[in-house]
Design a protein around this ligand. Structure first.
Ligand code: YH5
Length: 279
């Protein structure tokens, strides 16, 4: 349960918090390279102080309908941020990308985990991940970020997502990625309607009983907005409720914008799980 993330260790014997560091174009429309790097470093330092166990850095927005980012632009955004952050913090850094070349550049810069919402289906991604020899998180997505929310369609979402992830595990192992470096993610919000997200959360234990750690990313997502009719900046309470339900069912990594609050929710959930039944 100890993951070697390019020299920095991640202990998944208990649930951990993955803090989100944003270096997407939508977060820095005109500030320029240094502004983006310095802002990312400042955010990273705060997340670690708040209790993040790992930081996830992404340079391509995968929000529904967002445009793809050019390769060089993505590299120019994430590499300086990863270099700056890895020099200053001890926690591992995860690179949120679908592109093989970004994976290579990011790991060279200091990243120690590959988080691919496309489950290493992109050109050269499986091979890059195998060669880089860092842990990988493979996520389910129906469609592409551009089209995924147009017509999500499942007969049995839980079984279909599980079958997809197991097929990708097989592809990883064929490519030479060892089973003990693989993590799974059902991909909340990625080509799913509200009821699909709810079913995946209700039955998350189907995934946590597989022999791979499960990562859950629900922070501020539309599953909360759809149910509660609240805007993105009003979704903290909903995010914490779902994080708690996920940890209760055995999720090992919670990906969140709100590290301090999520760490409290996770800790309380663990206390309930671990209390002795009798005096
Ligand atoms: C994930 O679930 N998500 S990027 C739409 C929102 C809010 C947040 C307001 N990368 C995941 O965070 N990686 C992203 O509506 C991820 N799992 C993993 N492994 C999307 C995101 C977001 C989207």
């Amino acid at each position: 349960m100890l993951y070697d993330c390019a020299g920095k260790s991640l202990d998944l014997s208990a649930p951990r918090i993955m803090g989100i560091v944003n270096v997407t174009p939508d977060s820095f429309s005109d500030g320029g390279k240094f502004f983006s790097r310095d802002a990312a470093l400042k955010q990273a330092l705060q997340l670690v102080e708040d209790g993040a166990d790992i930081l996830d850095i992404g340079g391509e927005s995968t929000r529904p309908g967002s445009d793809p980012v050019a390769l060089q632009e993505e590299i120019d955004r994430v590499v300086p941020a990863i270099e700056a952050i890895s020099a200053e913090v001890d926690v591992p850094i995860s690179i949120d990308t679908m592109k093989a070349e970004v994976m290579r550049a990011a790991v060279s810069a200091g990243a120690g985990l590959i988080n691919d919402v496309n489950a290493l289906r992109g050109d050269g991604a499986l091979q890059a991940a195998a060669e880089l020899d860092v842990p990988v998180c493979i996520m389910h997505m129906q469609g592409t970020p551009q089209t995924m929310q147009q017509e999500p369609d499942y007969e049995d979402v839980v079984s279909e997502v599980e079958a997809f992830l197991l097929e990708r595990v097989e592809a990883c192992e064929q490519a030479g990625i060892k089973a003990d470096k693989i993590m799974l993610d059902p991909g909340f919000g990625f080509g799913k309607r509200a009821r699909h997200n709810l079913r995946l959360m209700k039955h998350l234990s189907r995934f946590t009983r597989l022999p791979y750690p499960v990562l859950v990313g629900v922070s501020r997502k539309s599953i909360i907005g759809d149910m509660l009719k609240v805007s993105v900046d009003e979704r903290l309470a909903g995010s914490l409720a779902l994080a708690s339900i996920a940890v209760w069912q055995g999720a090992k990594l919670i990906r969140t914008h709100d590290v301090k609050e999520t760490a409290q929710a996770v800790k309380l959930t663990q206390h309930v799980q671990q209390v002795e039944d009798f005096d």
